[in-house]
Ligand binder design. Structure first.
Ligand code: ADE
Length: 252
């Protein structure tokens, strides 16, 4: 079994990639894929870069060239639900493309991917269970993890929570309160937004590959996001991603 691990940013994946043993690096379509062994599992890690097209290309390569049997996407997201705080973790129940709208044609609902007839792509229940366990364990020991306390203090991260629910993706970095309100209204139970997960979910759906998305909240998608996001990515996310992914792999 090969597990594909995917992130949109170097900072989200580099610590994971650096821990892979018997490493082999393969370059395809402008991306490096690191294959080898991590926590006793055969893995291949890909750094997709930002956005739905980039993530789809990378996920497709993981499946078709590296025969990934399961895919785990890890990275950061902006909070939409008011109960989420920076430093919390969201595990995907399902994913929706918030910028997909062919509803001007009456045959299609808003957010429905035409000809698939799907608005929400459902994550795999076994991977969800493993991700929830791993995230709970990681966050319960947040102050003993390998993260500078000054970085955690900057965001007031003391006892962060794990959430399970809907994630929306679109080709937009959101830092705007009006857009947050619009998305809250449009998508029932929406927890957070990012720019890749639902595209990977669609690719996995079409190839019948189980997947889960694990996102640490880096910002609240408001005007502070342009400051919060880069700092969280620089100082914190690599530890969250590696800490949670290694526990998922151990228990697979
Ligand atoms: N990923 C992390 N924060 C985000 C935001 N505010 N908008 C889109 N993607 C994000």
């Amino acid at each position: 079994m090969t597990i594909g691990i995917l992130s949109a940013m170097h900072e989200e994946i580099h610590l994971i990639s650096s821990k892979i043993s018997d490493r082999q690096i393969t370059t395809i379509g402008n991306r490096d894929y690191i294959s080898g062994t991590l926590e006793g599992q055969k893995v291949v890690a890909g750094f997709s870069r930002w956005g739905k097209v980039a993530a789809s290309q990378t996920a497709t390569t993981l499946i078709t060239k590296f025969n990934a049997d399961k895919i785990i996407f890890t990275g950061v997201a902006g909070a939409i639900a008011t109960e989420l705080q920076i430093g919390d973790v969201v595990i995907s129940k399902d994913l929706v493309q918030h910028d997909m709208d062919a509803s001007a044609i009456p045959a299609f609902k808003k957010f429905e991917v035409p000809l698939l007839g799907i608005t929400h792509f459902i994550a795999d229940s076994d991977l969800i269970r493993l991700a929830l366990d791993a995230a709970h364990n990681y966050l319960s020991l947040i102050r003993s993890q390998n993260i500078e306390h000054s970085a955690l203090d900057e965001y007031n991260i003391h006892s962060p929570n794990v959430h399970f629910g809907t994630i929306a993706s679109g080709d937009q970095f959101i830092a705007d309160h009006a857009k947050i309100k619009e998305l809250r209204h449009a998508i029932n139970g929406l927890l957070c937004i990012e720019m890749e997960g639902a595209a990977v979910a669609q690719v996995c759906h079409e190839h019948q590959i189980p997947f889960v998305v694990i996102r640490a909240i880096s910002d609240k998608a408001d005007s502070n996001a342009i400051h919060d996001f880069p700092n969280f990515v620089k100082n914190i996310v690599s530890h969250y991603s590696y800490g949670i992914i290694r526990a998922v792999l151990k228990n697979l």
